[in-house]
Design a protein around this ligand. Structure first.
Ligand code: G1P
Length: 294
């Protein structure tokens, strides 16, 4: 069985949900406490034991590649100023993992973005992480999925239960329980179902472990929901050819591509920060105990 060595992270999107903040900077570079969102995603990949990241990029996204690169000028200035700890931190980031970039030349949808990775991935199973979905957990979400893959040896989509009135915002999976903990055999999948058309509350979140056959389907998938080539449509086709599992991951997920989800991530991660956590908690307590707080 082939080891999971590569993770694809599509970052080509325009970030319209976050305008005007994302007019001239990639949404993946918006800061959560002290690092850009994309760093949390890449750190999850690294902590899951994967060797390389494939970024699917577009014009205007070079700040992401630069963030993980070595910056000679900056390093020289920090050395002259004797900023040892900062230099070490930046060196750690630039040595995190090998990163390869592929351009998605047209915004044709998530399925098309993943298809762009086909020549870099080749004939091996791989991970996909969506940058909007931040997952905090003891064992990294991707590691949980790799451990399950070692048992089921098939594709896996990570899911979480969502209120029924929110299912139209997600890819929804219908499936049956299996002998594996928190794991369902996929029967049907639909991208952003209209209310009342699916009675499942199992929503796909942005973590996938895919067999390379997915590329056969992505190459022939026609535009679906929103006129875009949808990954979910290709997944359904793949699940019909060979097995696919839905895994209810352990941990907490934030929709960091949504303004409120992003704020929640900042507060929760801020509260856990070694030096900022205490003062932030005091501040929040003082707001909550003041008369102005509702
Ligand atoms: C994408 C997927 C969808 C999934 C969601 C999770 O949609 O197409 O199936 O449920 O990510 O965040 P998007 O949010 O990019 O529209």
């Amino acid at each position: 069985m082939k080891r999971i060595r590569k993770a694809v992270i599509p970052v080509a999107g325009m970030g319209t949900r976050f305008l005007p903040a994302t007019k001239s900077i990639p949404k993946e570079m918006l800061t959560i406490v002290d690092r850009p969102t994309i760093q949390y995603i890449v750190e999850e990949v690294v902590a899951s034991g994967v060797d390389a990241v494939v970024l699917i990029t577009s014009e205007g996204k070079s700040a992401i590649e630069n963030h993980f690169d070595y910056n000679f000028q900056l390093d020289t200035v920090l050395r002259q100023k004797n900023k040892r700890a900062l230099r070490d931190e930046l060196t750690t980031i630039s040595n995190l993992i090998d990163i390869v970039s592929v351009r998605q030349k047209e915004p044709l949808g998530l399925g098309h973005a993943i298809w762009m990775a086909r020549n870099v991935i080749g004939d091996e199973p791989f991970l996909v992480l969506l940058g909007d979905d931040l997952v905090r957990s003891k064992k990294p979400c991707c590691r949980q999925m790799i451990d399950l893959y070692n048992q089921v040896k098939e594709s896996i989509v990570a899911i979480q239960r969502v209120p029924m009135d929110q299912t139209f915002q997600y890819g929804i999976v219908e499936g049956m329980e299996t002998e594996f903990d928190r794991t369902y055999k996929v029967k049907r999948m639909v991208e952003k179902p209209a209310p009342g058309t699916s009675d499942s509350d199992m929503a796909i979140i942005g973590r996938y472990l895919l067999m390379p056959e997915i590329f056969d389907f992505l190459g022939t998938t026609t535009p679906g929901h929103g006129g875009e080539i949808q990954l979910t449509d290709a997944l359904l086709a793949l699940s019909n050819r060979r097995g696919m599992y839905a895994y209810e991951f352990e941990g907490k997920r934030y929709d960091a591509g949504d303004k409120l989800g992003y704020l929640k991530a900042i507060v929760d991660i801020g509260l856990e920060h070694p030096t900022l956590g205490g003062p932030l908690r005091e501040h929040l307590n003082s707001i909550c105990s003041s008369k102005d707080c509702c």
